[in-house]
Design a protein around this ligand. Sequence first.
Ligand SMILES: Cc1cc2nc3c(=O)[nH]c(=O)nc-3n(C[C@H](O)[C@H](O)[C@H](O)COP(=O)(O)OP(=O)(O)OC[C@H]3O[C@@H](n4cnc5c(N)ncnc54)[C@H](O)[C@@H]3O)c2cc1C
Length: 445
Amino acid sequence: MTLRVAVVGAGPAGIYAADILTKSDVDVSVDLIERLPAPFGLVRYGVAPDHPRIKEIIKALQRVLAKPEVRFLGNVNFGEDVKLEDLRDFYDAVIVSTGAMADRDLNIPGEGLSGSHGAADFVSWYDAHPDVSQTWEFGDGEKVAVIGVGNVALDVARVLAKTADEMLTTDIPAHVHAGLQSKKITDVHVFARRGPAYAKFSPLELRELNHSPNVEVVVHPEGFEVDDHSMQHITKNKQSKMVLDTLANWVGRDLEGKSHRIHLHFMESPVEITGEDGKVVGLRTERTELVGDGSVRGTGEFTDWDVQSVYRAVGYRSTALLGLPFDENNWVIPNDKGRVLDIDGNPIPGTFVTGWVKRGPVGLIGHTKSDAAETVANLLEDTVETAPARTPEDVDAYLRERGIDLVTMEHWEQIDAREIALGEAQERLRLKLATRGEMLDARTV
Ligand SMILES: Cc1cc2nc3c(=O)[nH]c(=O)nc-3n(C[C@H](O)[C@H](O)[C@H](O)COP(=O)(O)OP(=O)(O)OC[C@H]3O[C@@H](n4cnc5c(N)ncnc54)[C@H](O)[C@@H]3O)c2cc1C
């Protein structure tokens, strides 16, 4: 008998789960149900376009999708086109891996002003997510603020600072290039509440900020404080030490006179986005001081920064899914090592979770692999083949009956080939198709 598993969400977590299932001793058939006409989740719609080496992971993920035991069912929205009870009918087990796509709130006044943007919205725009508007209003401002101290903040700062033409080697479609050309930004100010030892950048990503011919990184000496606790922290954490060493090399150095700058400010806590006539005109921060245990407290000393827009990169969050419990405080589906728990804390039979919606939106693509391994191990321990009433093939018929315009693996290969051909014409590796319509039209069968 064959164990039939539905994986909802074809990001890296879902694809790794499918891969691990196919490598188990059990005979399996896996259907990857994906809302978009394309697989790969945030690897395609989150990782920055000027990070082609990271996007190379897609090749390995694509090999999993090509396995005979795995089917890609794209353009199917779980919760709308297909519900949990349908999947329970078709499959022995369901793994939910819907990731995270929304911005966390910063919870300071002024967040709702025009010109105050969530990083996830901006990322979705520059990565040409087919469900977001194709226009982005940069305004006429030359100075912008980015709030946050992780890799997403660096991605956002880099894309804001680089010239549009620097991005022409990437897979961005024409509307993103045109949008980037319209910006007047010369100075991007990145703000961190804590000291430089606690920055969550990865060392490679930080060093890369310095690689643009048009952008220089300015690390401001005010707030560049390292106390005993910071030193203990970096002794235990190699990545933080590498980050601190790089920042220390840059702090207070002479400017080279490049056209654009990214300024890194530590120990400045944003307290208000200030506005006039509903638009952002500045950011107010409060200087912080180190308390000695890794945390900081406000000093009562405030600064008003002249910026015309603010990008909030303080984290992503998952959203609730129809028919599944959701922990609104931690933005995850409550689970015990991947087993979904009901409101009383009991496992819901045959229902599992993996990836960012399991453990929150932290960690790199590689981390979703070990995560999937844990979930799949528990699935295999718990689940027995029950010969569900209907076969996976019946799913296709069911979806077609409901008017779903299914994107299969074969279709995805056609969409992929079309993007590569468009790229070749411009001596680029790929040019992304930007709308659902364009993607669906690229199918030839
Ligand atoms: C801006 C940004 C940049 C990043 N850069 C890097 C980097 O450079 N290197 C790195 O290693 N990591 C990077 N990461 C982290 C990496 O992207 C994540 O670790 C990883 O994508 C999480 O995988 P996931 O499968 O859990 O979620 P996701 O990648 O979000 O995949 C979830 C999938 O589920 C689908 N889905 C959602 N809802 C539904 C539904 N209702 N029905 C059907 N399908 C649904 C989504 O469309 C998506 O395809 C970055 C993350 C972000 C946000």
